[in-house]
Ligand binder design. Structure first.
Ligand code: IMP
Length: 432
């Protein structure tokens, strides 16, 4: 099998964890290729006795919950080691086998000074803040690009680690003390904090690019699971209101060491409405009761930060853009059940910017800030759809909604989520 990527088609929180979980045992490797513990996957698994178990993962790929699957943290990830071991211990306590986890020697680690810098920079920016998760993601990627980052492999050479920390702190401490009036970080404490994880980390670390390419050579299936989403991608998103990594299909290759021609399927996850956390433009955002309704019914509160998510209607312009940027082959439309009970369901088909219609994303960010959605209104449905498993089980208006959204969004819809658990899914086309 070729490699398959799963990417978010909006601003994150589309339900990528559930989609990964859907592919279940047909996947041999699940790779996280970007981001860090800014992500939040909620996976709900139905036990054989019918009870449900909910797992909130921030750093680990959701494939960690699939028996027989090898989870991989790729070179494109930034790793908070304390969070990594906290998550591993919590899963082990619930009986999940985590022994197969593999971590790239080239992944960067998030040091304490970068967590501090993320938070103080946001405070310093005030009304111009990005609304980051405050986990040190941006500063750690900035260090990577500045070539002053600390990589996982540095933890296995104390001399090199100390040298790197010494040189990076010469710069960071100037910023911490002189700009932000914070305490300086010490070389000893920083090195000690990182080295404390080295022994536990060592057996998990390898050349994950080699591991994954060899798996593909053997005909195994590798799933590349994006953190965040297309509109949060540092290149293709609503810059500067983006995360600092490549969350699109291209990033799946650079962040894992799998070459582009091995990536043959790209599954775009798109929610039946839109949400966003943090700052930045969001044309279909609702500031009224309808927005509150989506937030309440859809339980739209951040997995990582608990922040209420901004909510709005489905935006087909964004979906088309995501289909194009990522080469989406299949969409999984999630949370359709949240739209049940509406008289009419608005879908944004284009934008009006100063009297000019835009069918595609405006070239200039400032036009996107001023984009007014042009809606098409689709008839709603009232029936409980959570038990539907095929298209024919859905009320005609829900079927028509799926068909209309598919036509507008640039790729076929292969599955539709109708409830939180794995089996609450309408299957339309085989995903693998
Ligand atoms: P950072 O990734 O913490 O630097 O935050 C940058 C932007 O990405 C902020 O608007 C965050 O709210 C957003 N963001 C980061 N991770 C996620 C996610 O998993 N879901 C949705 N938004 C996210």
């Amino acid at each position: 099998m070729p490699a398959i990527a799963i990417i978010g088609a909006q601003w994150g929180d589309e339900g990528k964890g559930k989609a990964t979980d859907l592919l279940g045992t047909s996947v041999d490797y699940v790779v996280k290729f970007n981001g860090g513990n800014n992500a939040g996957h909620t996976v709900v698994i139905t036990q054989p006795d019918g009870s449900t178990e909910k797992y909130a993962l921030h750093l680990l790929p959701s494939g960690i919950l699939t028996p027989g699957c090898t989870p991989v943290i790729g070179n494109g990830v930034v790793v908070d080691l304390a969070v990594l071991f906290e998550e591993l211990e919590a899963l082990e306590a619930r009986g999940v086998d985590v022994s197969r986890l593999r971590i790239s020697a080239n992944a960067h680690v998030i040091a304490d000074y970068n967590r501090t810098l993320d938070k103080v920079t946001e405070r310093f920016l005030g009304s111009r803040r990005i609304g980051t998760t405050g986990r040190g993601i941006g500063p750690t990627y900035a260090d990577k690009m500045n070539r002053i980052g600390i990589r996982v492999q540095d933890l296995f050479d104390e001399k090199i680690l100390t040298q790197k920390v010494e040189s990076v702190l010469e710069l960071k401490n100037q910023i911490l003390t002189k700009i932000y009036n914070r305490r300086a970080a010490t070389v000893e404490a920083t090195v000690e904090e990182l080295l404390a994880f080295a022994d536990r980390l060592r057996p998990m670390v390898c050349d994950t690019g080699l591991l994954l390419n060899e798996a593909l050579d053997r005909g195994e299936t590798v799933l590349l699971e994006a953190g965040q989403a297309t509109l949060l991608d540092v290149d293709h998103g609503t810059y500067p209101f983006v995360t600092s990594s490549s969350a699109t299909a291209g990033g799946a290759c650079t962040g894992s060491g799998i070459p582009p021609r091995r990536l043959e399927q790209v599954i775009g996850i798109v929610k039946a409405y839109t949400t966003r956390v943090g700052e930045g433009p969001f044309p279909t955002e609702l500031h009224d009761d309808a927005g509150e309704h989506l937030r309440k019914v859809g339980a739209e509160y951040g997995t990582t930060t608990g922040r209420p998510r901004r909510c709005g209607w489905y935006d087909a312009v964004i979906a088309r853009y995501a289909a194009r940027v990522n080469g989406v082959t299949d969409f999984v439309l999630t949370k359709l059940d949240v739209l049940t009970g509406l008289e009419q369901v608005p879908v944004c088909v284009a934008y009006d910017v100063g009297g000019v219609r835009h069918d595609e994303m405006p070239v200039n960010q400032s036009d996107f800030h001023h984009a007014v959605p042009i809606y098409e209104y689709l008839p709603g449905w009232w029936e409980d759809i959570s038990g539907a498993r095929t298209l024919a089980d859905l009320p005609p208006n829900a079927q028509a909604y799926i068909k209309a959204v598919e036509e507008m969004s640039g790729a076929r819809i292969s599955a539709v989520g109708v409830g939180p658990s794995r089996d609450a899914t309408v299957a339309i086309h085989d995903l693998i």
